[in-house]
Design a protein around this ligand. Structure first.
Ligand SMILES: *Cc1c(COP(=O)(O)O)cnc(C)c1O
Length: 961
């Protein structure tokens, strides 16, 4: 007779673990049987080098249930105080339309999608991003826009880099208008120093005295003033330099766009288009330039092409410019950006339309005018003559007192110094905001006749200079003028979502990207107002909840990685690389080793590594790999010796991008250290290390963590992400600081690498929640099962496809590479045909041609069940037998289901004259029919798209076809 369970038995503390991990105990055993090992422990012992394998559990709190963790975090969040923010400085209150909040931001159909490298199953988000580009083009008045960058400050740094690439001027000097936002100035200075550019931060009145390759202006400037940029732009052009303008997107609805004033690059934050401030991010930056500079543009561009039926289809254009391919010659190291947030901003524009945006902008501007006039009537005069939403006041000796009074009214103002303060209004401002502000300034409750003020301001046209009132139309495309009712909007969002394959449909087995579960409980906190509505420069006393959460997360990450300190600022993995290399550079400089600038990088490295090294002005020296895919230690030793005097660092990914735990990793780190170098570990593969080993214990000095890979932040269709770095104590003084919110730890003089002090702070609760739910044991099991799943796939697929690399005992790490090249040689079927054919089965392809071209890299993660893995294997084995039929000549090289993949509804409902059946085309396995995903277009022509580059919404006539 079985024992009645006790209460302790019934209190399952590991309840979340079995939700996060795909295979249950029985499935795990079945997979172990397939591998011929008796236990998970035995598999790990066979796989992970003994020299680095930990025996002890991590020191962490015991796992808690989902309800408990949410309850605790709610308590923490409630220590954040939500004040009305009038700080401005690039971050503004906004109202996320709830139809977008629920159906995009809170919808796994949008947030779990991957970067649209497989465009046939990504037409929805590609359309939304094309809309984003069109909004950018229209509002900036430029010819060409990209899909999104990380934030306004890093976009400014990218603008400077673009100017250097294309300007005819031979000058090495970049001019920064002193009236830009301080965080922008800091990030640009950091980047300029890394690149070896000179910068001058000065009054624009002195612009003509400098010989420059480019200049940066802010429009309206940080004090709210609206200046005519035309004369400044002409001055820069006269020197053959480029004029870069940071602009407020919403203000451009009312102002002459910088493009019409002659600007060469226009960029800024799209945050106030419906994306919560979130204590600094994530938000999308927009970036626009001239058509002539398209090949010099950083980040992704969405372009229009055609599919095999000649139908219009979208894709990422000019991919050959990307860091994946251009490596150290790439325009930038941007990989993960802010796609989800760009989509939200673009939907905000679609929902409001040009008239709606105009109403919002005019309302803000009118309220600002009323505030300005009422204060003027009371003898408080503003410093800026013109304004959109921001006013700067001189209040001799009174600034602190007014700011204090505002705080009592739960309003934050911008305290500039003892005599000056700033006020910014936004979409959330109302008449009562204005009344409350008046009371704060004057210290009395004297009532104001707002209606009379309104008449006065309306009649005078106060605020915007006549010469800079926008005359040109914008957002005239039907997409911005069709979906203004909620019903229409809901259906538009849904229609796009239906075209995209995300994790809520099937596994996305992308090697190096770790597409694991993004649990609902982890996502819930990010839309709590207590996390969403804080301005990044709000007083620290109001952000105590954030402080607790970030401190706790740092403690967790320190324990997981073994590092002494964490820098939370970088908002992507590649930004982490850049930030880490800068810390190494500063460390060498502090030791008087300014000359140490050689960065060793194995040939197998991700393209962001050499691209980031370039940004830190390092000289890249490649280290070869041996036949097993491991770093060739003899070559490494040789190159380290050859460059010993100038060695800065090694960048290495562990386990390697070949999916193998290199046995020699400790030796590799030792060699670098012996020659005075530092070890940068690319942490993209941390999912194969967590709780089994630690980067710092292996020998790394600094490493980034892709929180959007290992720690469950969803990929969002290509961002957001977070790439904090862990450093050993000797590097800790050299990580990024912040000019507005000084951080404890790093040297005071260190500049910023991102706009906000803690990067995209509002998504950190996702990683915090994951770790809190898993606990030490759970994290270890996750890593073990990730390794089990990968080895199971390698074993089963190995029957049909050669597995390219494996380590000791023939085991792979958490991912494996299968080689399609021999099959291609025999049959003509390529890795791309396999990738497209997988769509017919409802799967997203694995990583294609990285790190080895002609291969597929598969990473199942711990979250996929055995049932899903078996379906994937089924699909791959079916594809293998199809390749055989081509090989044998049963099907011709052109007329076969692989070459024609993916198949659409149009294919099977039209004429059918192919040598295989409709059934074989679209239901290649019986289980496919039960959950069929229909690619919305046929295979897309990449070459056509790049030759006929078109990156905006189709012209209006196209809608009439
Ligand atoms: C994803 C990845 C990166 C870049 O990280 P992002 O967050 O996309 O910038 C760098 N290296 C490797 C190996 C990666 O897989």
């Amino acid at each position: 007779m079985s024992r009645t369970p006790s209460l302790t038995d019934l209190e399952q503390t590991d309840a979340f673990l079995r939700r996060h991990i795909g295979p249950d105990a029985a499935e795990q055993q079945a997979m172990l049987d397939t591998l011929g090992v008796e236990s998970l422990d035995a598999l790990i012992n066979q796989t992970v080098p003994q020299s680095i394998l930990r025996k002890d559990l991590l020191n962490m709190q015991a796992p808690r249930s989902e309800a408990e963790v949410l309850g605790y975090l709610k308590g923490v969040a409630s220590k954040n105080e939500i004040y009305t923010s009038c700080i401005g400085m690039g971050y503004h209150g906004t109202l996320t339309p709830t139809v977008i909040l629920r159906n995009v931001l809170e919808n796994p159909g949008w947030y779990t999608a991957y970067t649209p490298y497989q465009p046939e199953i990504a037409q929805g988000r590609l359309e939304s991003l094309l809309n984003f580009q069109q909004v950018t083009i229209d509002l900036t008045g430029m010819e060409l826009a990209s899909a999104s960058l990380l934030d306004e400050a890093t976009a400014a740094a990218e603008a400077m880099a673009l100017a250097k690439r294309v300007a005819k001027s031979k000058s090495n000097l970049f001019f920064i208008d002193q009236d830009c936002h301080p965080q922008t100035i800091s990030v640009v200075k950091t980047r300029a120093e890394a690149f070896g550019f000179d910068v001058v931060v000065d009054d624009v009145a002195d612009l003509g005295q400098h010989e420059v390759f480019g200049a940066l202006f802010q429009y309206p400037n940080t004090w709210g003033e609206i200046r005519d940029l035309k004369p400044l732009i002409d001055t820069v052009h006269a020197q053959n330099g480029l004029a870069c303008v940071a602009a407020d997107l919403l203000s451009l609805v009312l102002l002459t766009p910088p493009g019409e004033l002659g600007a060469d690059v226009v960029f800024g934050s799209a945050q106030r288009f419906g994306v919560p401030m979130g204590y600094g991010g994530p938000h999308a930056a927009f970036f626009a330039t001239r058509d002539a500079y398209k090949r010099a543009m950083p980040g992704r561009i969405i372009g229009v092409s055609i599919d095999t039926r000649g139908n219009r289809a979208l894709r990422m254009a000019l991919q050959t410019r990307e860091q994946h391919i251009r490596r150290e010659k790439a325009n930038s190291n941007i990989c993960t950006a802010q796609v989800l947030l760009a989509n939200i901003a673009s939907f905000y524009a679609v929902y409001h339309g040009p008239e709606g945006l105009k109403t919002i902008a005019q309302r803000i501007q009118r309220l600002t005018g009323i505030l300005a006039t009422a204060l003027e009537n009371r003898g408080i005069t503003r410093q800026n003559q013109y304004f959109f939403d921001t006013l700067t006041f001189k209040v001799p000796g009174n600034a602190s007192e007014i700011v204090e009074r505002a705080r009592d009214a739960r309003i934050n103002l911008r305290l500039i110094d003892a005599d000056h303060l700033g006020v910014s209004l936004d979409e959330t401002s109302t008449r009562s905001t204005v009344e409350a502000l008046l009371a704060c300034f004057t210290g009395d409750q004297q009532s104001q006749d707002l209606a009379a003020l309104d008449d006065q301001v309306g009649a005078s046209g106060l605020g915007i200079p006549d010469a800079l009132r926008r005359q040109s139309a914008f957002m005239t495309h039907p997409v911005f003028n069709s979906y203004h009712s909620e019903t229409e909007m809901l259906r538009y969002i849904k229609s796009l979502e239906n075209k995209d394959l995300a994790l809520n449909h099937a596994m996305i087995p992308l090697g190096s990207c770790t597409m694991k579960l993004n649990a609902t409980t982890e996502m819930i906190p990010i839309t709590w107002p207590e996390f969403g509505q804080l301005h990044p420069f709000a007083p620290l006393a109001q952000a105590q909840g954030y402080k607790i959460m970030i401190d706790e997360l740092e403690t967790m990450l320190r324990e997981i990685t073994g590092f002494d300190a964490i820098c939370m600022q970088p908002n992507s993995g590649a930004q982490g690389e850049y930030a880490g290399l800068l810390a190494i550079r500063k460390f060498h400089e502090a030791n008087g080793d300014d000359h140490r600038n050689v960065c060793l990088i194995p040939t197998s490295a991700h393209g962001t590594n050499p691209a980031s090294a370039m940004m830190a002005s390092m000289r890249v020296v490649l280290v070869s790999c041996d036949e097993q895919g491991n770093v060739d230690i003899a070559d490494l030793r040789q190159k380290a010796e050859d460059n010993a005097g100038n060695l800065s660092c090694l960048m290495i990914t562990y386990p390697s991008t070949h999916g193998v735990y290199e046995e020699g990793i400790r030796e590799i780190c030792d060699i670098i250290h012996q020659h005075g170098g530092q070890v940068y570990m690319d942490g993209a593969n941390l999912n194969a290390q967590v709780a089994l080993t630690r980067p710092a214990d292996i020998g790394a000095d600094v490493s980034h963590m892709n929180l959007h890979k290992t720690f469950c932040i969803p990929h969002g269709g290509g961002g957001p992400g977070m790439g904090p770095i862990g450093v050993k104590a000797h590097l800790a003084p050299f990580v990024a600081n912040h000019p507005v919110v000084p951080l404890d730890g790093p040297n005071e003089e260190n500049g910023a690498v991102s706009a906000a002090p803690w990067g995209s702070a509002s998504i950190l609760p996702i990683s915090w929640t994951y770790i809190a739910l898993m606990g030490a044991q759970g994290l270890r099991q996750a890593t073990e099962v990730a390794i089990l799943n990968a080895n199971y796939l390698a074993k089963r697929l190995g029957e049909a496809y050669p597995v390219l690399y494996s380590g000791r005992n023939g085991r792979v790490a958490h991912e494996c590479i299968i080689d399609i090249r021999p099959l291609k040689a025999a049959s003509g079927i390529s890795e791309e045909d396999v990738a497209k054919r997988l769509m017919d089965f409802g799967f997203h392809a694995p990583t294609m041609s990285f790190p080895v071209s002609g291969t597929l890299m598969i990473e199942p993660t711990e979250s996929e069940s055995k049932a899903e893995l078996d379906r994937f294997v089924d699909a791959m084995l079916t594809i293998r037998s199809e390749i055989s039929r081509v090989e044998k000549g049963e099907w011709s090289a052109e007329d076969n289901p692989l070459r024609n993949a993916p198949h659409t509804l149009a294919d099977i409902t039209g004429e059918w004259e192919r040598s295989y059946s409709r059934q074989e085309a679209v239901f290649p396995q019986p289980w496919v029919a039960a959950n069929k995903f229909w690619p919305s277009v046929n295979r897309i022509d990449n070459v056509y798209g790049d030759r006929n580059l078109f990156c905006a919404c189709p012209p209006i006539e196209a809608y009439e076809e």
